[in-house]
Design a protein around this ligand. Structure first.
Ligand SMILES: Nc1nc(=O)c2c([nH]1)NC[C@@H]1CN(c3ccc(C(=O)N[C@@H](CCC(=O)O)C(=O)O)cc3)CN21
Ligand SMILES: O=c1ccn([C@H]2C[C@H](O)[C@@H](COP(=O)(O)O)O2)c(=O)[nH]1
Length: 288
């Protein structure tokens, strides 16, 4: 059975059985009909996935792997904040007439900063992902390999504050093979468990696999730290039915081994083989 299913079911049971509700409190998100979208939540959920063992896709229902990888590459590789560069329509509600979601996600990844000064004294400017690639190759045992999209200076110009907002990369050495292992912590301040938990987990698992491959490392652990892990009121019956379903073994993960440049990956370079899953829940309502 897929390990990710077990983690997902345990987390949902924990939220439903031991979580606290927002009823009676002022909340920001709304359902399409204007009613407040209340939640039940657990604070401080930590889930660990060992990518060297299996790919963390749930099998209870299908995670739209190509769409979620396309969104991840939109942020991390295209560094775009415009939905015209995105294939799915998941961000449509948060975009303006020009298609922009404001200074969020991709905009922050693409912003350059002074990374270091060359031997001849000239300044080297890089954006956050190029700095990760540089540090993983030049100084893999650094404890300073971090990407952070939660930029306070620009928050007021983001249409939605970043939810999955930082990645901390950390390299260990595999004592058996002697190879370098790339691990990461994904920090998330807010998680819509039904709509986006496995969507986010699969995105960042793929990102870790891609970075490991182009830096000649093995993919290790992805640790997902979620501050506010919530289930929206209208999702509760859907989640209850979902977690009662049959579980299947995890799919096999394939990443095109020919790609050695992070900027060359597309969603066609990843595949989940033998992915067995339960029926899709159609038209999950999304709180805006
Ligand atoms: N309330 C809320 N939940 C979210 O998950 C969320 C937001 N808002 N705002 C911004 C983004 C948009 N995200 C989304 C929005 C919709 C889906 C969604 O509808 N997923 C479908 C599959 C979509 C597809 O096949 O492309 C699903 O069945 O999970 C996923 C992520 C994640 N984020
Ligand atoms: O990648 C994402 C993006 C968004 N979400 C969810 C988490 C919340 O339900 C909403 C954002 O509302 P806030 O009031 O700003 O927390 O979007 C997600 O789970 N994953």
């Amino acid at each position: 059975m897929s390990y990710a299913d077990r983690v997902f079911v345990d987390m949902c049971e924990e939220i439903i059985n031991r979580g606290t509700g927002s009823q009676g409190m002022e909340v920001r998100p709304r359902w399409e009909d204007g009613t407040p979208a209340h939640t039940i939540k657990r604070f401080g959920v930590v889930n660990r996935y060992d990518l060297s063992r299996e790919f963390p896709a749930i099998t209870l229902r299908r995670t739209a792997i190509k769409s979620c990888v396309n969104e991840m590459l939109w942020i991390w590789q295209k560094k775009s904040n415009n939905i015209r560069d995105l294939k799915s329509s998941v961000w449509d509600e948060w975009a303006d007439e020009e298609g922009s979601i404001g200074k969020a996600y991709g905009y922050q990844i693409g912003k350059k900063y002074l990374h270091h000064t060359d031997a001849d004294g000239s300044p080297v400017y890089m954006d956050q992902i190029d700095a990760v690639l540089y540090d993983l190759r030049h100084n893999p045992f650094s404890r300073r390999i971090i990407v952070n999209m939660y930029n306070f200076d620009d928050l007021h110009e983001m249409h939605l504050y970043p939810c999955a907002y930082s990645m901390t990369f950390n390299v260990t050495k595999n004592p058996k093979s002697g190879r370098m292992v790339l691990n990461a912590i994904l920090n998330q301040r807010s998680q819509d468990v039904l709509a986006a938990n496995n969507w986010n987990v699969c995105q960042y698992a793929v990102l870790l696999h891609m970075l490991a491959q182009v830096c000649h490392m093995e993919a290790g652990e992805l640790v997902h730290v979620i501050a506010d892990a919530h289930i929206y009121d209208r999702h509760i019956p859907l989640v209850q039915e979902l977690i009662s379903r049959e579980q299947f073994p995890a799919p096999k993960f394939w990443l095109n081994p020919e790609i050695h440049d992070f900027y060359q990956f597309t969603e066609e370079d990843i595949r989940l083989d033998d992915y067995q899953y339960g029926p899709q829940i159609k038209n999950i309502p999304i709180a805006v």
